[in-house]
Ligand binder design. Structure first.
Ligand code: GLU
Length: 512
């Protein structure tokens, strides 16, 4: 019987979530949903020196915004908790000691000064930073050259110690990655990593293996930067006797910036685009990084563009809902080469999503944008929704709704008179004066009637309507933008339309 799928995202609460992190979440989520499995979020906070207050809340808020809520987490505990590694501290000890007992790990008592001496002593031109490994371990202070009893006595006396893995001298370590296929390492290339630290906390290496086992994880998807740790983890799975339970791994390719280097905050600053999901201010470094949410991306667009950064279903379709992605996703179709992030393309996704979203869907976001800019629209939700439908094609990011909507509720602050005055003449003044009279008498205020009267008066005055529409538009909205001008007039209403024509006629002064 196949085991139920259980995947996990295991962030360290050291900062905000960037594109790569959220993409890992997304691939986990898609895979879990597709297989009717569970998506677990585990907080990997064993490195207390890197802990950043607020980062954990940020991660949860960010996943909530993206709509990728884990099935089990600190916030929604399941049967295999706790879901924060610092609260599981004691659980790891027995495994570390078991490995020592078996001879697959050892106690090491070296002081920082001794470690430094070792690095100095074995430094060569080819190997400028020697590590603790099969060549150096015999020169160090560890339980490999003493009776285990003697080592335990030292520990009982309170001598600080760590537990290190003893990597085999000459073995090839292999596994099959879901994206990369067969991957192998030679054990001599891998150092004796610390498993248990002097403060009693496990390192990531021990904790990730123990927790993936205890939490019954079936598939582990993580960034490519962890590939080099895979042999240590494989060895631990073997030596703890859990190989049959080992998850299938996929190491996800990096996301690159426009210059081909690994995407980083530096790219965001240099090119002026966000790389974090939501705004994040690091309270320790006091550093601000901009987010996609605040730039005005819809979460639907954000997860869509992320999914396609390194994956496609082969059909050429780029715009997909989360449900479509769930049914089409496959880890085998994730490219092994890095994906290049293109901000213009990201904006394209958002524009497409705004165009396809219903006005009802957009309404709360648009209201928030207007409110932020201090505009309280005097319109019912229904009226606002019909205006949103009129202008949404013209909005790439949510803040664009402000420019496209503000003139519906308040006369434009600035009117681009220069674009009118060059071709202005008395005939046009007379036309608009007559238009005002006609509009004042209209019993219904409908765009079709407005257009009809407009064209009739133009024809009667031997004027081309095309030459009058641009001035009319500028009178109403302030510039050369917006949807159909009669639709705008309909929504602005009779009094305001007439008022704005009068206002501009006044500004243009008497025609010569
Ligand atoms: N804590 C690791 C990180 O911050 C998790 C790596 C993994 O998923 O194994 O990325």
């Amino acid at each position: 019987m196949t085991k139920p799928v259980r995947v996990r995202f295991a962030p360290s609460p050291t900062g905000g979530l960037h594109l790569g992190g959220v993409r890992t979440v997304l691939y986990n989520y898609l895979f879990a949903r597709q297989h009717g499995g569970q998506f677990i979020l585990r907080i990997e906070d064993t490195d207390q020196t890197r802990f950043v207050p607020g980062a954990e809340d940020y991660i949860f808020n960010c996943l909530a915004w993206c709509g990728l809520v884990p099935d089990e987490s600190v916030q929604r505990p399941g049967a295999v908790g706790p879901y924060r590694q610092s609260e599981r501290k004691e659980m790891y000890h027995q495994y570390a000691h078991r490995l020592v007992e078996q001879g697959d790990a050892y106690y090491a008592f070296d002081t920082p000064a001794e470690l430094e001496q070792m690095r100095e002593r074995f430094k060569t031109a080819e190997n400028p930073s020697p590590t603790y490994n099969q060549h150096t371990r015999q020169h160090m202070r560890n339980s490999l050259h003493m009776e285990l009893e003697a080592a335990r006595e030292l520990i009982a006396e309170g001598t600080p110690y760590v537990v290190r893995i003893k990597m085999p001298d000459d073995e090839t370590i292999r596994f099959t990655d879901m994206i990369r296929g067969e991957v192998s390492f030679h054990s001599s290339q891998v150092d004796d990593k610390v498993l248990l630290k002097a403060d009693g906390m496990p390192t990531y290496h021990l904790a990730v293996v123990v927790d993936d086992y205890l939490m019954q994880i079936t598939h582990a998807f993580r960034g490519e930067e962890w590939l080099s740790s895979a042999p240590v983890h494989l060895r631990l799975w073997q030596q703890l006797g859990w190989t049959d339970h080992m998850p299938q791994w996929a190491h996800l390719p990096l996301i690159m910036g426009p210059d081909g280097a690994k995407l980083s905050k530096r790219h965001g600053n240099k090119y002026g685009f966000p790389i974090f999901a939501m705004n994040w201010t690091d309270p320790v470094k006091n550093e601000f990084t901009e987010g996609f949410r605040e730039r005005g991306f819809l979460p639907e667009a954000f997860v869509n563009l992320l999914a396609l950064l390194g994956w496609n279903d082969g059909s050429g379709q780029e715009i997909m809902t989360l449900d479509e992605m769930v049914s089409r996703f496959s880890m085998e179709r994730v490219h092994s080469a890095g994906a290049q992030f293109d901000f213009e393309k990201a904006k394209w996704y958002n524009h497409e999503w705004i165009k396809r979203s219903s006005a009802q869907r957009l309404l709360p976001d648009v209201k928030a944008v207007l409110q932020q800019r201090g505009l309280q629209p005097t319109a019912t939700d229904e009226q606002l929704a019909s205006i949103i439908d009129l202008v949404k094609e013209r909005c790439t990011l949510l803040p664009d709704f402000y420019e496209q909507l503000a003139y519906f509720f308040a006369a434009p602050a600035r009117i681009d008179l220069d674009s009118i005055s060059g071709k202005w003449n008395e005939q046009k003044t007379l036309f608009f004066a007559e238009l005002i009279r006609s509009y004042e008498l209209l019993p219904y205020w409908q765009s079709t009637d407005l257009e009809h009267s407009f064209k009739e008066i133009a024809a009667a005055n031997h004027l081309k309507p095309g030459e009058l529409m641009l001035p009319f538009r500028i009178m109403l909205v302030g510039g050369k933008f917006g949807p159909g001008v009669f639709d705008i007039a309909q929504h602005i209403g009779q009094a305001d339309t007439i008022g704005r024509i009068r206002l501009t006629l006044g500004l243009l002064g008497p025609a010569h």
